[in-house]
Design a protein around this ligand. Sequence first.
Ligand SMILES: Cc1ncc(COP(=O)(O)O)c(C=O)c1O
Length: 397
Amino acid sequence: MLSVSKLAGSVLPSATLAAGAKARQMKAAGIKVFDFSLGEPDFPTPEHICKAAEAAMKAGHTHYTPVNGIPELKAAICKWYKSYHNFECTPDQVLVSNGAKHSIHNALSATCNPGDEVVIPTPYWVSYSDLVQMTGAKPVLVTTTAAAGFKVTPAQLKAAITPKTKLVMLNSPSNPTGKVYTRAELEAIVEMLLGTDVSILSDEIYEQLTYGDAKPTCIATLNPKLRERTITISGASKSYAMTGWRMGWTIAPKPIIDAMGNVQSQQTSCPSSVSQYALLAALEGPQQCVADMRKEFEFRRNLAAAALKKIPGIDFPMPEGAFYIFFDVSAYFGKTPGGNPITDDVSFCKYALETAHVNLVPGSAFGAPGNARMSYATSRAEIEGGIGQLANWLKTV
Ligand SMILES: Cc1ncc(COP(=O)(O)O)c(C=O)c1O
């Protein structure tokens, strides 16, 4: 009998994608579901980006490309970093992959050995822990609290570092908390890490989506010494509403990029040719579309936060970026809204979907039980309707 490998058997399906699938089944059965589970913009990909892809197809750019990406795209990425973050990098320090998730997998495959440790602050993006385990390395989770704004401190990180620690993974703006580290907070973390041999993998995919006074920081720019030990990852999915195009990239020291390129050459040969031309248009074209989407996300954040705050017992630190609110649902443990016995975040989300028809993702999926994540990358009407329905259900305790 053909059996599944230990590696594949140990990998869990992505919890956010699984939550989306259940809601889709209910929708197919004719039930109106308020789906707050998926981490993707509801906006269409901007027209000029789609047009560039069409033009690329017509021009015959439908073949394999260089493994690390077409030269003009790598140059455009460098130009974008210079203008957005004042970060100087060269095309040989850039690798384009099929989405930032692929970039992270490649980066971990190119740097981690079995037995190495990778420090991950919780709550973390669902895939980090599984992607680390797929390399044979061990995720070391460091718990942060809502009271601390879900931010890890240098002292907490220092306590988690051992001689086996290879990397610390950071993600600001964060999925799932929406929190954004200030420059000063990151400088303090960097100062501590520079006193160790540990490198940084910084996932900055939500860098163009910050609200109010919050500003993104490209960690690699904080100290010249970081250049040799920082892997910066980002992508087009969130800022340009391009999730299906699968475009992500990595900036890292050349030897790491070369190793990642070797891995990628064996895995997927290259990133999608047509998508690379679409990303080129996204980075080089008008940026008003990003500003417009950002403004609408900020409006929705305010709308969702104000409505959630009115529900008794629901609490969260105000998100400053990305498009999620991560809220504490533990006040409902031991209660039975609508006759549904709630014991933990998983049962809270199960009954929220089954009874209130509101789809959330349990905090346990992000290493932070007791919470739920709501994505507000959906229309204002859905946000108002769904939170209204959640509130009505929770009133029936
Ligand atoms: C923090 C974070 N990193 C990376 C990704 C992966 O994005 P993609 O593979 O679509 O580029 C996501 C998507 O949800 C994310 O939230």
